[in-house]
Design a protein around this ligand. Structure first.
Ligand SMILES: Cc1cc2nc3c(=O)[nH]c(=O)nc-3n(C[C@H](O)[C@H](O)[C@H](O)COP(=O)(O)OP(=O)(O)OC[C@H]3O[C@@H](n4cnc5c(N)ncnc54)[C@H](O)[C@@H]3O)c2cc1C
Ligand code: FES
Length: 425
């Protein structure tokens, strides 16, 4: 090998070295750029989410600030038969002033004057649509006598609303309230679980997510007996058709065989009850926030089985439309675990005395369990219906009352005894 060959090889090695360095530098630059681009995208996404959250919270604050205290008059603007013995009522403010926003899942409390009754009847009805500045909508199921007491009078208020309250009528209404709602600023995936009329808050939540362009994954499990029961199916089916990627709609028919199930490509139908067993077969994991509203047996079994499945209580949110399931909720069990057991509660009007059972969760649920009638509406400390005079003893509130009662009385739905107690009920 001559000197020229050596020089050529050295030259080639230098060029290759420079090219490699250049290549490595370019690759590293490219990697950095890709990394920076990814980080930039993530930062942008986080920023967008923060801006959206701030915007949503500002709009909610502005509209919530238009809230009112006590009774406000609302006019029935429209009454729509949804089928399945359910009617939707659209209410507009009688004073024509703006109406406050609400969180999807919250309810309105009505105080209704029923002819020949001394006291108004108070009932809560979940808002069944996303918030809008013009009207509120609630959807009410006509309640028949219980199956085991067919001679009992049918549900007072639900039937009165169906039969007597007409378009143009004025009703008394408390501002939207309730702790069961979807935080629309978050984007985590959710499972909505509805049984029968428990669909109403879920439609409100679903419509709110749709309004935000389906920025999160939603599973809806809607439990009914047969084809005569489901309502708002056109609406739900349309959302399923428009949002196949992020909305997963499951109908559970407890009274149908596989061969009787309705066929709809955008709705998955099951010939069984809503259950955690079904969730295990359908959901990709248990890592969701769960929102549940339905009949007490369904709520009991689903909340219990979600716990068994390892879902933290903080991820399980529920609304109870009737008193029966209140005592069996995980929150009530928590209260029970830390509560005093040695107190007695006397109900002076009914002349009964019972040792306090903390598993009841609150004085109202305890009284109802003993067949002592205390009127109730929201069972969340907002409407004031369950107020009872305290003749002696002390109570403790489980949460601050939305409407503070007069001195010497308490909201039984959110209180527990702090000593022996005599209640005027
Ligand atoms: C937060 C919340 C949200 C709600 N949202 C909705 C909603 O969106 N839609 C909806 O439809 N409902 C909803 N409810 C339920 C609603 O508030 C009422 O409880 C429901 O309409 C029944 O009221 P009612 O006056 O018709 O029945 P009630 O008069 O309270 O009667 C209840 C039951 O007791 C029976 N009964 C009456 N007298 C006797 C007797 N002497 N012996 C035996 N049985 C008797 C009746 O036949 C009926 O079956 C909600 C409840 C809550 C707490
Ligand atoms: S039932 Fe409404 S405050 Fe107790």
């Amino acid at each position: 090998m001559g000197i020229e060959d050596v020089i050529r090889i050295v030259g080639l090695l230098i060029v290759a070295g420079v090219a490699t360095d250049l290549g490595l530098a370019l690759a590293s630059r490219f990697r950095r750029t890709a990394y920076e681009r990814d980080r930039y995208d993530l930062d942008l996404e986080a920023l967008e989410e923060r801006l959206m959250t701030a915007r949503v919270r500002r709009i909610d604050r502005e509209r919530e600030s238009e809230s009112w205290n006590g009774i406000r008059k609302f006019r029935v603007a429209r009454k729509v038969d949804e089928g399945g013995d359910i009617t939707s009522f659209y209410f507009e403010a009688h004073d024509a002033k703006p109406i406050p926003s609400y969180q999807p899942g919250q309810y309105l409390t009505f105080s209704l004057k029923i002819p020949e009754q001394k006291r108004p009847e108070v009932r809560c009805y979940s808002l069944s649509d996303k918030a809008n500045p013009y009207h509120y909508r609630v959807s009410i199921k006509r309640v028949p006598p219980p199956r085991d007491v067919p001679d009992a009078p049918p549900g007072k208020v639900s039937n009165f609303m169906h039969d007597n309250v007409q378009e143009g009528d004025i009703v008394d209404c408390l501002a939207p309230g309730g702790d069961f709602y979807l935080d629309t600023a978050h984007k985590g995936p959710i499972v909505l679980i509805a049984g029968g009329i428990g669909l109403t808050p879920m439609v409100s939540m679903l419509n709110a997510v749709e309004e935000r362009g389906f920025d999160r994954d939603v599973w809806l499990f809607y439990g009914v007996r047969d084809q005569n029961e489901p309502v708002m199916m056109d609406h739900l089916g349309e959302i399923a058709r428009q949002n196949t990627e992020r909305f997963h709609f499951h109908m559970c028919y407890s009274g149908l065989e596989e061969s009787q199930l309705p066929g709809d490509p955008d709705i998955t139908c099951h010939p069984e009850r809503v259950s955690v067993d079904l969730f295990k077969r359908v959901l990709p994991s248990n890592n969701f926030d769960y929102y549940i509203c339905g009949p007490p047996p369904m709520m009991d079994s689903v909340t219990h089985d979600l716990r068994e499945w390892g879902v933290p209580d903080a991820h399980v949110h529920f609304e109870s439309f009737g008193p029966a399931s209140v005592s069996k909720t995980p929150q009530a069990e928590e209260v029970a675990a830390g509560a005093e057991t040695a107190f007695k509660i006397s109900f002076s009007k009914s002349g009964e005395e019972h040792p306090w059972d903390p598993a009841a969760g609150n004085i109202l649920a305890f009284a109802l369990d003993k067949d002592i009638d205390i009127p109730s509406g929201c069972r969340a400390g907002n409407c004031g219906t369950c107020v009872s005079a305290i003749k002696s003893g002390e109570i403790e509130y489980l949460k601050p009352p939305g409407q503070a009662p007069d001195d010497g009385s308490c909201l039984t739905c959110i209180s527990v005894p702090k000593s022996d107690l005599v209640i005027d009920a």
